[in-house]
Design a protein around this ligand. Sequence first.
Ligand code: LRH
Ligand code: MN
Ligand code: MN
Length: 386
Amino acid sequence: MTAPSAVKAALSSQSIETPSWAYGNSGTRFKVFAQEGVPRDPWEKIDDAAQVQRHTGVAPVVALHIPWDKVDDYAALARHAEERGLRLGAINANVFQEDEYRLGSVCHPDAAVRRKALDHLFECVDIMDATGSRDLKLWFADGTNYPGQDDIRARQDRLAEALAAVYERLGEEQRLLLEYKFFEPAFYTTDVPDWGTAYAHCLKLGDRAEVVVDTGHHAPGTNIEFIVALLLREGKLGGFDFNSRFYADDDLMVGAADPFQLFRIMCEVVGGGGLGPGVAFMLDQCHNIEPKIPAIIRSVMNVQEATAKALLVDREALGAAQSAGDVLGANAVLMDAFNTDVRPLLAELRAESGLAPDPVAAYHRSGWAEQITENRKGGQQAGWGA
Ligand code: LRH
Ligand code: MN
Ligand code: MN
């Protein structure tokens, strides 16, 4: 059994990255519900992220989405974060929201559109230089809706060309993280639909290109923990976009729909040595109907709880049962950890770090929600769904 002190040490070193867009108004394609007190600009999104960090102590990084978080001075934004005990994390490129991208971005049949998309990706690298961000996260809405619409292989060639150009532009300490998604917005082919496609491109690019697993981007029934195990084994797991789903890319709070799946994923992360800085634990969620900051705090806690349970797995007993071919015994070891109530352990850990044992309650007591409702009028939309 792992000693509680070792479990606590591993938990306190975990760093969860929250997405700037989760703090803004969002919705579905049917309606964006505006909430009171939401940030009016990227500066205020960072102020809210600082509240999540203040109460959880394990969310010191904020990811940006460009141009949703466009500002004149990115170094100043990084300083704003730093003054609040945060740093800026992944720069998420956005080449899916302009009219020119109707048929794709870097895979578009027209070279002029591809050029425009590539210029945006280069701009994102410039922003990383200013913010000190390590990761460039690329997700492409590229694909086709109808058989014959475009040439599948030619689109892969265009993709490879763009990725190579961006990779070339990265500094020694920077990484390219390629995110896959099996459908949506394209419904026939998607140019980076799965981990295999992302992996093949990253492998060609080099060591600093790695795959991002967004937990909402798979066909129902996909064994995500297998993908995690495999990518970790190959040294190609760059990070997660955590969220949960019942149907498609629902972007609900991580650990809400299927805490057992999150536990299984974290078991592979822990077992595969992925609990270090090499794997970015990012959230990618939208809080359409629930209050945003407490939802993000809850999400961070859900990741922590799943991590704690994964750390509690008695690896020695598991290994022994596995080698003995003891099917039920091995399963029982895993289930014992999953069924452990880790909330007291986490409350203790927080108390030891000078935090309140219940971060959601502490947030509600803090008066921040009342303050922003009073001070901020006309909050910013997260970026889509208008
Ligand atoms: C695409 C995606 C990707 C985007 C984000 C807003 O579905 O997961 O990560 O950048 O949503
Ligand atoms: Mn994502
Ligand atoms: Mn998504």
